[in-house]
Design a binder for this molecule. Structure first.
Ligand code: ARG
Length: 582
């Protein structure tokens, strides 16, 4: 057996290849490699048992056959556990060689990209609606989308980050109605114009709630806008300019950038092609004057229509999204499109994807890979959707500012002597890192409770804890008076338990990246970095780095350097900055 250094699927490949020349196995066999419990080894192959059961074979015997066929390998010990699991444990010499081999971000990048063809991907994220301020709910799409873009980029793919702003929706009917009925002059609105627009929108909503004829009027305002009436367009443009200015503040604060900001309105002259295409290929039908699509093969969508044109002739969210898929495929060359929104839009995207598949197939076009990356709700400490004390949504900008000022208080307590600009810098890095990490460290499909105390804690699965681990390793190198990485070639083979436990954790990094990118779930990476920081801490408490024996010192400082490299690479993928001192 020969295990290659890049463990990304190396074990899986080796086992498949070995099985293919072992009696009783066939292509049906999948090794099912998983990280193993510390007691059993580094990795475990769980696939023999289900395979043997399915084919009426004795699992233990099959596992023995496979183990025999694998033969000896000096980097790995193999044994059989229970009814037919294979356990693999790397030797200390292999662990050392692995660490010496992966010595830069570039090495991890190469391993991550190995054997894969790069593709063009559009990540559709953040995408707030204009005329409203971004509130705390928008943080999830913005941050998760940013991290997903970073992961794709790390994989060597061509990524387009697209902010699909909601600037063409029903809110404009209501807002234009309210603006026309008010005495406000949009040109006089200052810096905080967005707040006034929000008030107007709220008033408009109240108005139409009480009066059927105003409801009609709002609808006709929207139609007028969609038909390009001058006065409506002028109002619309001003509203969008005010909105963009307020979004930019949030993006600047968070360090988020986009390659494209193509809002819904960008597609307004592209919706006719949607109607024509769907009609020509008999994909849509008429229902009460509206144009709808049913999917007979689907349990719910056979009856629940996907409305692509409203009965008043107006386009809607579905229409612009269909036009958008088309544009991204034809003009941007997208081979994959990822949409990051909350879980309530799952039906919309399922219907969008089904409709796109049929439409593109009828046109003989390749359908890009379409994925909806959805997330749950942020809850307040009362377990209800988070709100201000007055019951209003929390403004994202306020939340970020509060994170920074709370972090500064903590920094000041620890280091009262710091000058103001350093205090500011650390407060920003720790505060923003904490908010980001709180979001990313939860399985995105779950709701999570937002708690200042928890996310800023220096202990536990938090950004400050990880940032602190990084700063601590940096300080070790200051004490050693060497650069991380220097003298590594003098390292001797790992001996102690905690050296081996830490190295074992380091080796998991490529497979964690793999899993994170496969599921597009950043919490896998977060959980891993947290475990790594904990293992590092145990190692550092158990084994002295600054010892006289130069080979021991070299191998322990190698462990420090690799932990640092992986922590920094991982945090960078999460968009979290680190500090040399904390
Ligand atoms: N503007 C929408 C919202 O606030 C999200 C848009 C997501 N992207 C898309 N192509 N539908 O819910």
């Amino acid at each position: 057996m020969q295990i290659s250094y890049d463990l990304n699927g190396a074990l899986d490949r080796t086992l498949r290849e070995t099985a293919s020349r072992t009696d009783g196995f066939d292509e049906d066999f999948s090794p099912e490699i998983r990280p193993a419990d510390l007691r059993f080894g580094d990795y475990q192959a769980n696939g023999v048992l289900p395979f043997a059961k399915k084919h009426g074979l004795n699992p233990r015997e099959m596992a023995e056959r496979l183990m025999e066929a694998l033969g000896e390998d000096e980097s790995l010990d193999v044994d059989i556990a229970g009814p037919g699991f294979l356990n693999f444990r790397f030797t200390p010499a292999f662990r050392l060689a692995w660490m010496q081999k992966y010595s830069s971000i570039q090495d991890f990048r190469k391993a991550f990209q190995a054997g894969r063809k790069p593709f063009r991907v559009v990540v559709d994220f953040s995408s707030p609606n204009t005329a409203k301020q971004m509130h705390v709910g928008h943080i999830r799409s913005t941050i998760i989308g940013d991290v997903i873009s970073r992961l794709f980029n790390f994989g060597g793919n061509e990524v387009t980050r697209d902010n699909h702003i909601g600037d063409w929706g029903t809110q404009f009917g209501i807002l234009i109605l309210a603006i026309k009925r008010s005495t406000i002059n949009l040109d006089d609105l200052g810096e905080d114009g967005i707040a006034e627009l929000e008030d107007l929108y709220r008033e408009g909503n109240q108005l139409i709630g009480e009066d059927e004829s105003l409801r009609k009027e709002a609808r006709s305002e929207l139609v007028k806008l969609q038909q390009g009436e001058k006065e409506s367009l002028a109002i619309w443009e001003k509203v969008n300019a005010i909105s963009s200015a307020s979004f930019s503040k949030v993006y600047d604060r968070l360090g988020i950038r986009f390659d494209e900001i193509l809002g819904e309105s960008f597609y307004r002259d592209k919706v006719n092609a949607v109607y024509e295409g769907l009609t020509k290929h008999d994909i849509c039908e008429e229902s009460d004057g509206a144009m709808v699509v049913f999917h007979q093969e689907h349990k719910r969508f056979a009856k629940q229509p996907f409305i692509v044109r409203k009965s008043d002739g107006a386009s809607n969210y579905a229409t612009t999204d269909l036009a958008t898929v088309c544009y991204r495929t034809d003009e941007l060359g997208a081979e994959e499109i990822v949409y990051v929104t909350d879980g309530r839009q799952q039906d919309h995207f399922s219907q969008l994807f089904l409709t796109t598949e049929k439409w593109f197939a009828a046109e003989g076009k390749t359908v890009p890979r379409l994925r909806h990356v959805w997330f749950g709700t942020i809850l307040g400490e009362d377990n209800k959707a988070i709100k201000t004390r007055e019951g209003q949504p929390i403004k994202l900008l306020d939340l970020l500012d509060e994170a920074i000022s709370r972090a500064k208080v903590i920094v000041r307590q620890k280091n009262p002597e710091l000058d103001e600009s350093e205090m500011e810098k650390r407060g920003r890095i720790i505060g923003l890192g904490a908010v980001r990490y709180a979001d990313l460290s939860q399985d995105r499909t779950l709701d999570y409770v937002f708690s200042w105390d928890k996310l800023l804690a220096l202990q536990g699965n938090t950004a400050p804890y990880l940032q602190y681990a990084v700063a601590r390793i940096r300080s070790i190198f200051r004490k050693l008076e060497i650069e991380p990485g220097s003298g590594e070639e003098d390292a001797s083979v790992l001996v102690t338990e905690s050296e081996n436990v830490l190295a074992r954790k380091l080796i998991y990094f490529p497979s964690v990246l793999e899993q994170t990118a496969h599921e597009l779930k950043p919490h896998h990476l977060c959980g891993y970095l947290y475990e790594l920081a904990t293992d590092f801490s145990s190692f550092y408490n158990a084994d002295k780095v600054l010892v006289d024996e130069s080979d021991i010192r070299a191998r322990r400082s190698l462990l420090c350097a690799r932990t640092l490299l992986i922590m920094e690479t991982g945090l960078d993928l999460l968009g979290i900055e680190t500090l040399a001192k904390m």
